[in-house]
Design a protein around this ligand. Sequence first.
Ligand code: ADP
Ligand code: ADP
Length: 226
Amino acid sequence: GPVVRLQGVTKTYRNGAEPVMALRGIDFEVREGDFVVIHGPSGSGKSTLLHIMGCLDRPTAGRVEVQGTDVGTLGARRLAELRRKDIGFVFQTFNLLPVLSAFENVEYPLLLNRWPRRERRRRVMEVLESVGMAGLGHRRPDQLSGGQKQRVAIARALVHRPGIVLADEPTANLDSDNGQAVLELLSQLNRSTGVAVVVVTHDPLANPYARRMVRMRDGKLTEVNG
Ligand code: ADP
Ligand code: ADP
């Protein structure tokens, strides 16, 4: 079955004077091996969609399934656990912990998942290798370039072997060469491991890597191809 499935998902924010309908009835599936690129204007609901797919936020109505589990039935603890096992996040600002080395940043999710030390070390080295950062594990984020930081963040997102990686504007703070390299890396990891990738971006450089292109507008999704 699909890695993530959304059925009739709506999201209304009610914290302001006027309620904002950020998502209006989304039906969407991400399957194993997918590489989905989501475009759309600012304010169209892309981040909200990504947050709901990643179980960082709950929908106002509708159903969200991750690996066949209806996440609406889960309490906060089980939901956090599911997020730590099945989902990886990549952010536009990298979100690395500044006091930790690259190695320790990548190791962190495995600590939370209580992996034993030897297996942690082996897996961290393996995944740093897969993003071309094996030699720089000792460096702190402030000793890395933007492109290197995003490689470390991608390693962290993948270290616990999630079924899906959700990337919110992953190239927004990179020059076009480094942005291209990050997209190429995500695509290569998608092809080699089958991890599903969803990229929200304004960057047209992402288009050649998409297996599916989707456009968001006023809280609704339109499939562009595939
Ligand atoms: P995008 O990622 O496409 O820019 P967003 O999902 O961030 O779109 O936002 C969709 C709409 O929901 C916008 O009108 C935005 O202002 C509103 N919105 C997003 N997050 C919140 C929030 N936490 N509280 C209130 N309104 C929000
Ligand atoms: P994006 O680059 O995706 O458009 P934003 O800068 O709009 O992101 O939003 C960054 C964060 O602020 C997100 O977590 C989003 O949900 C939240 N947010 C966006 N719009 C609002 C809003 N009107 N009120 C409160 N939070 C918002």
